[in-house]
Write a protein that binds this ligand. Structure first.
Ligand SMILES: *Cc1c(COP(=O)(O)O)cnc(C)c1O
Length: 382
């Protein structure tokens, strides 16, 4: 439902009609929300099933928004049998001025298009993707948490839903966006996490699908994730498939390191084994253009980490920036003792600075920065 309020602004003669987003649902303990479904049933999701050859995705919110948030599919759908499915993740945030914004949604749209190309699904046009995002946020605006208390996390999915036994692309494609309110990842101060790299385990191999947000990239990590968590670590650090010596990613987020000389570095996308994060690119841009830092996208090894790295952090839409306090290396069958690189209990100064900048920008709390990067901010009309 859309509610309009009459706002009287400035001089009595300038009366303007301004639509406003609905207030957040009352009586909710938003502070108790983590990154999850939080027991909330939101109001609507986007669902559009099209013929994979001749079909065009709809932009008609009346047709695609539905309150029933379930999908009925044949067990023969390619999404189940052959993993023909991609996902995205982005957040809608309520700003202090009452507006609701989404951060760089066209980047998510383009990334999903790249995945669709690889997975032989008809790509969703950028404009259609953004219109669907807007419609879902608008329909669920009362589930966007109050300013400063988290976000409405949007999860677009693109999948093959035609039923067929043969190993081939689906005859039907489904574009869906569901959403869930999530809390701030960090309730107070940034808390460094402990990573463990397990040699012999890798997330993505050269030539594989590591550079696209393919759902099938995640379940294969669950076993080793469980292993490192049972050992008391928070997350896995992924190493390159060929040599187990270069850093790639941490769980489902990108990785950054700060060298002793102040240079910021992150693994290069040129290996095509790294997911090109929207947050990753934002951090690179902010570090270069706002802090004047040298930023290297290259090959970073565990030895570099041992010898000359003074700070490390991971970043992604889910958790924003997560400082890394320690990196442990399990040499697995190389017959060496585990090693540990400790950065400490406190996040490094650059980690804190970049976290501040990015959250100020995303939450609308630094007017100057927001004005400068307004091309990253996608405002949702009420
Ligand atoms: C989604 C994801 C990221 C982070 O991407 P953002 O666009 O910044 O959210 C990083 N690594 C992996 C493997 C991911 O799936």
């Amino acid at each position: 439902m859309r509610i309009s309020f009459l706002l009287l602004l400035g001089l009595p003669s300038t009366i303007c009609w301004a639509a406003r987003h609905p207030d957040p649902v009352p009586g909710i303990d938003w502070d108790s929300f983590g990154f999850g479904l939080n027991g909330v049933q939101t109001d609507a999701m986007w669902l559009d099933r099209v013929d994979a050859v001749s079909g065009e995705y709809s932009t008609d919110a009346k047709r695609c928004l539905q309150t029933d948030q379930s999908i009925t599919l044949s067990p023969a759908a390619t999404v189940f049998n052959y993993g023909q499915v991609l996902f995205e993740g982005l957040k809608a945030i309520r700003w202090p001025d009452g507006s609701i914004v989404v951060f760089r949604p066209t980047d998510n749209a383009r990334r999903m298009q790249a995945g669709a190309e690889r997975f032989c699904l008809p790509p969703v046009p950028e404009a259609t993707f953004c219109q669907a995002v807007e419609a879902v946020v608008r329909a669920n605006a009362r589930w966007v948490p109050p300013c400063g208390k988290g976000a409405l996390y949007l999860r677009p999915l693109l999948m093959g839903t035609g039923a067929a036994l043969g190993v081939k692309p689906s005859s039907e494609s489904t574009f869906c966006i569901y959403c869930s309110p999530v809390g701030n990842y960090f309730k107070g101060e940034l808390k460094p996490i402990r990573l463990q790299a397990v040699k012999g385990y890798s997330r993505a191999a050269p030539g594989g699908a590591g550079a696209v947000k393919a759902s099938g990239n995640y379940a294969p990590a669950f076993g080793v994730q469980r292993l490192v968590r049972a050992r008391g670590f928070d997350e896995i650090l992924c190493l390159d498939a060929k040599t187990s010596s270069a850093l790639e990613e941490a769980g489902a987020s990108n990785l950054f390191v700060v060298f002793r000389n102040g240079t910021l570095a992150t693994p290069t996308l040129s290996t095509a084994t790294i997911l090109p994060g929207v947050t990753r690119q934002s951090i690179i841009d902010l570090a270069r253009d706002e802090l004047g830092l040298e930023v290297i996208e290259g090959r970073i090894t565990l030895d570099d980490m041992k010898e000359s790295v003074v700070e490390a952090f991971c970043y992604g839409t889910g958790a924003c920036i997560t400082p890394v306090g320690e990196v442990s290396i399990d040499h697995n069958d190389e017959g060496m003792e585990d090693e540990s690189i400790v950065f400490g209990e406190e996040p490094g100064p650059l980690t804190k600075q970049l976290y501040r900048m990015l959250t100020d920008l995303q939450t609308g709390t630094d007017a100057d920065l927001c004005a400068k990067y307004r091309h990253w901010i996608h405002q949702i009309d009420p």
